[in-house]
Design a protein around this ligand. Structure first.
Ligand code: IPM
Ligand code: MG
Length: 366
């Protein structure tokens, strides 16, 4: 049997630094009787633009379609701000999502006990928090046509189109219900059915799909009220399903409830491939943080936990995933903190690689 394949795309900014720590975890499993991966590495984002004049080379795109899973660091940086829209680093990521048809983006927001005090909300509001946002990732206003900046009379008009087909809503709703079945069996769908037709259709289709999942308690919320409820009492939620743009906003909000954006992983899943595995890309929720890149200040935990999600959702290695998650909890409980997790505490932070080494050491202990 051939080894499962992983394509690693470290990207820009802190991407390469945090990915170097993931490589340590992958190597540890390989050397200690865990899964062995065929790992290849390539460019995406600004670094791909620098090398090839495009944020994602066609060969890289083709490779991403072939592998069992893609692991991505982060893309973007101020250096690329003035590039044409079609050449921006973000377009590389969006092309991967679109062409791999990764329609279900799973973004867990989990509060680690050791960090509950670090949230900007009261500890009792966030301690033990464990919610999952399922964001539709391949449609909606991110991709809808027409789009552009057009001339109208004597001024310019910026145009984007929110658009959802029934089948696009149906498939992401099914992913969310399936997840809810494996968790707390509660699903809240968020849209703006009060002002948007796409929201009316969204609510209708999600309700229809819900009939196939009678055990899941389904509720609906307008996305603005959802944002308010997420900050008021987030523990009322189990799984949330929402569209691409609302999901972008609500997942940042949910992430920060837990104390640090630097902690949270994500999985972007598509339809099953011939081998039964879903097409999949895993990436931290945080961005490329160019202000701290190359200084050893970045927190590698979100990227390491993204690899744990790959173990769970692509490789059926739930036990190994849990082992990585436990190792992360252990080092946090031991008091290790990268700079983003320190606030006013006045302690000395550990570096990116010290954090990675500590997680590998905790892995070794079980
Ligand atoms: C995210 C990011 C991306 C998005 C950017 C980098 C294109 O904010 O993954 O949440 O808007 O989807
Ligand atoms: Mg975002």
């Amino acid at each position: 049997m051939t080894n499962p394949s992983l394509l690693i795309l470290p990207g820009d900014g802190i991407g390469p630094e945090v990915m170097a720590e993931v490589r340590k975890v992958i190597d540890w499993f390989g050397a200690n009787g865990g899964p062995v991966f065929d790992v290849s590495e390539d460019l995406v984002g600004g670094c791909a633009y620098d090398a090839h004049g495009t944020p994602l080379h066609d060969d890289t795109m083709a490779r991403a379609q072939e592998v069992d899973a893609v692991l991505l660091g982060a893309v973007g940086g101020p250096k690329y701000d003035s590039l044409d829209f079609s050449l921006k680093p973000e377009r590389g990521l969006l092309r991967l999502r679109k062409e791999m048809d990764l329609y279900a983006n799973l973004r867990p927001a989990q509060c680690f006990d050791a960090l509950a005090d670090f949230s900007s909300l009261k500890t009792e509001v966030v301690s033990g928090l464990d919610i999952m946002i399922v964001r539709e990732l391949t449609s909606g206003v991110y991709f809808g046509e027409p789009r552009g900046i057009i001339e109208e009379g004597n001024e310019r008009v910026g145009v984007n189109t929110q658009r959802y087909t029934e089948s696009e809503i149906d498939r992401v709703a099914r992913s969310a219900f399936e997840l809810a079945m494996r968790r707390g069996k509660r699903l809240c769908s968020m849209e703006k059915a009060n002002v948007m037709e796409s929201g009316v259709l969204w609510r209708e289709v999600v309700t229809q799909v819900g009939k196939d999942y009678p055990e899941v308690e389904l509720s609906h919320m307008y996305a603005d009220a959802g944002a308010m409820q997420l900050t008021r009492w987030p523990k009322q939620f189990d799984v949330i399903v929402t569209d691409n743009l609302f999901g972008d906003l609500l997942s940042d909000l949910a992430a920060m409830l837990t104390g640090s954006l630097g902690m949270l992983p994500s999985a972007s899943l598509g339809a099953p491939m011939a081998n039964g595995r879903p097409k999949a890309l895993y990436e931290p929720v945080h961005g490329s943080a160019p202000d701290i890149a190359g200084q050893g200040k970045a927190n590698p935990i979100a990227c390491i936990l993204s690899f744990a999600m790959a173990l769970r959702y692509s490789f059926d290695r739930g036990e190994d995933a849990a082992r990585v998650e436990r190792a992360v909890e252990t080092v946090l409980a031991d008091g290790l903190r990268t700079a983003d997790l320190l606030g006013e505490e006045g302690k000395a932070p550990v570096s990116t690689s010290e954090m990675g080494d500590a997680i590998v050491a905790a892995l070794a202990k079980g």
